[in-house]
Design a protein around this ligand. Structure first.
Ligand code: PGA
Length: 248
C-alpha cells in the first residue's frame, strides 16, 4: 500500500518569524503521528529557519521551485545544491501558478525535474487542467501532454504527482471525490503504459483541500494524499488534514 503523503504549499506567505511560529506550534501536534508522510514547502527565505526547527522531526522540508541549471549567471535563481545545503530533500515543480505567471512550459518543467533528480532531490510534479479545458472535455489530453512533456527521459524514482485542477485551486471549489479519483486513475494508467514502477508512485490531490473534505478524498482508491495551499497556513488546520489523511 502507498503511504499517504500530505504536503503544505505555502506559496508567497509567511516571513521567517511567522514560519518559526507555525513550526513551533505545528510540530507538537504531529510528533507522535505515523502512517502518513508530512511535508512543508515554505518560501525560499524561510527554508533555513524551518530547517533548523524541523531537524530530527518527522516532517520533510521542500522548496516550491528550483532552477534547471546547476550554477552560474542566473540572477535570482536557486539551484538544487543550494536547496540541499539548506536542508531540503524535495521540491515542488510545475505548479500551475508557475506555469501561468512565469510561463513555465512542460519542457522547462522537464529540465527542472532532471536537474533536481540528478542532485538527489525528490520531486512533486504538478499537473492539471483549467476550467475551459475540463468543459471542453480535454482533461485527459492535457494530462497526456503534461505528463509526456514533464517526464520525458525520466524514471519515476523519487517522483510524486500532484493532480491539481486549476479551477479548484484557491477557489473553494473542490473536485468531487469521484472527479479526483477518475483523474488519478487516468494518471496511473498513463504511468503504467509509459514507465516502470507506476504502482508505487503516490498521486496527491490539490485544490481547496480542507480538514472537512480530506477524509472523503482519501477514501478514494487512487488518492494517496494532498497538496494543500490555503488550509496549510494555520497549524491546527494543517494538523487536522494530516490526521484526516491516515487511511482507516
Ligand atoms: P489551495 O492550493 O489548497 O489553496 O487550493 C493548492 C495548491 O495550489 O497547491
Amino acid at each position: 500500500m502507498r503511504k499517504p503523503f500530505i504536503a503544505a504549499n505555502w506559496k508567497m506567505n509567511k516571513t521567517v518569524e511567522e514560519t518559526e511560529e507555525f513550526v513551533n506550534s505545528f510540530l507538537p501536534m504531529v510528533k507522535n503521528i505515523s502512517g502518513v508522510d508530512i511535508l512543508l514547502a515554505p518560501p525560499f527565505t524561510s527554508l533555513g529557519a524551518a530547517s533548523r526547527l524541523l531537524k530530527s522531526s518527522n516532517v520533510i522540508l521542500a522548496a516550491q521551485n528550483v532552477f534547471y541549471e546547476e550554477k552560474g549567471a542566473y540572477t535570482g535563481e536557486i539551484s538544487p545544491a543550494m536547496l540541499k545545503s539548506v536542508g531540503c530533500s524535495c521540491v515542488i515543480i510545475g505548479h500551475s501558478e508557475r506555469r501561468q505567471y512565469f510561463s513555465e512550459s512542460d519542457d522547462i518543467v522537464n529540465r527542472k525535474i532532471k536537474t533536481a533528480r540528478k542532485n538527489g532531490l525528490d520531486v512533486i510534479l504538478c499537473a492539471g487542467e483549467s476550467l475551459e479545458e475540463r468543459e471542453a472535455n480535454k482533461t485527459f489530453n492535457v494530462l497526456d501532454r503534461q505528463l509526456a512533456g514533464s517526464l520525458a527521459d525520466l524514471s519515476l524514482d523519487g517522483i510524486t504527482i500532484a493532480y491539481e485542477p486549476i479551477w479548484a485551486i484557491g477557489t473553494g471549489k473542490t473536485a468531487t471525490k469521484e472527479q479526483a479519483n477518475e483523474a488519478h486513475a487516468y494518471i496511473r494508467q498513463w504511468l503504467r503504459q509509459n514507465k516502470e514502477g507506476a504502482d508505487d508512485v503516490r498521486i496527491q490531490y490539490g485544490g481547496s483541500v480542507t480538514p472537512d473534505n480530506i477524509e472523503s478524498l482519501m477514501s478514494q482508491s487512487e488518492v494517496d494524499g494532498a497538496l494543500v495551499g490555503g488550509a496549510s497556513l494555520k497549524p491546527d488546520s494543517f494538523a487536522k488534514i494530516v490526521t484526516g489523511a491516515i487511511k482507516k
